[in-house]
Write a protein that binds this ligand. Sequence first.
Ligand SMILES: Cc1cc2nc3c(=O)[nH]c(=O)nc-3n(C[C@H](O)[C@H](O)[C@H](O)COP(=O)(O)O)c2cc1C
Length: 367
Amino acid sequence: MSRLIDVGVFIPVGNHGWIHSTNSPAVEDGSFGRVLEITKAAEVLGFDFVLSPAIWRGRKGPSEHWMQSLESLTTSAALLQATSRIGIFGTVHMTVYQPAIIAKMMTTLDQIGPGRIGLNLVTGSSYLDLSHVGLWRDGLNHDERYDLADEWIGLVKRLWTERVVSHSGPFFQLTEATMGPKPSRMPALANAGASGRGFRFAVENCDIAFISSGDEPKYIESGRQAKATARAMNKPDLKVYGLVTLIPGPTAEAAQARLEYFNAGVDMECLADIALGYDLNPDAKGVSASSRRLAGDGRRSAVTSGTMAGSYEGLAERVARIVVDSELDGIILIVPDYIEDLEAVVRHTLPRMATHGVVCRTRAPGL
Ligand SMILES: Cc1cc2nc3c(=O)[nH]c(=O)nc-3n(C[C@H](O)[C@H](O)[C@H](O)COP(=O)(O)O)c2cc1C
């Protein structure tokens, strides 16, 4: 039996996207114009959603990685207005805002694009990424940030559904709070906690958990584990989406040449700076291994661990295998060039996954 999955795009609201190299495609400049172009193209290509991360800091080093970046929710507002079907996920650090602020912004976003706004909830895992603009929440360790998150999202949901909300908890107080309009439907909620505590937050509060993916056994196993844990916690309908980074090419050799070109310009200063951001966490030992991997700990490559370079055809088989073996409900894609590569992947890779048991709703124009 085939598996129908959701397919989204992790949009590059910071320059260089997720390639830490002076040789990454210059066209990914992190500008709103480019992100708009990508999102409109993603809608035409039939992608189910785009997700913009919340970025607060650029990195040291010659590539000036993420030195230019957009705020996530204001970007989402403009993308909703410019599109008509595709789902748009914004991201917020729950440690930064009062829940009422985001609850209100989300109901406004739901008026702009009814039923299409979603929210990726993060607690912030790198001290430097937030502290340099005064946004690091002092006095809470890793798990306590998720305790705050539990209370935070509980209040947001109450403000979206109840007439009057009073609450007195360890982190937040509300006194006969009222909020209208209510959202047209509950916004989809997502989280990408890699730790056990983070994943528990996703199971208890969200519709979707993002996990890092790849075709190495450790990624396949963590996907399976995620679904098994959700079932064991009585949340079998939690959707698990894998974050998949692709470097595609017409042939395996062409794709490998692209990867080598990116690696030739790897920005080691940038990677060291990202790692330092985690090392400076007051509770540095609470930083998960997956978080460090994503950040580039010990890596000498321009791309994150799990990245797959290959021919369009070869990638179809590999991605389908990940989906089937990890029991994924969806994938979210990172590519080097978000117009050319997404078009190529939609034309040549995603349709071929059907022969390996995975069906996507994306459609290349003219097919
Ligand atoms: C798809 C995806 C999106 C993420 N988006 C953000 C983001 O926008 N901002 C951020 O600070 N962290 C982001 N993260 C990091 C996670 O929220 C999380 O902090 C990290 O995976 C470590 O897990 P932990 O918090 O359970 O230790 C993202 C991770 C993934 C896989």
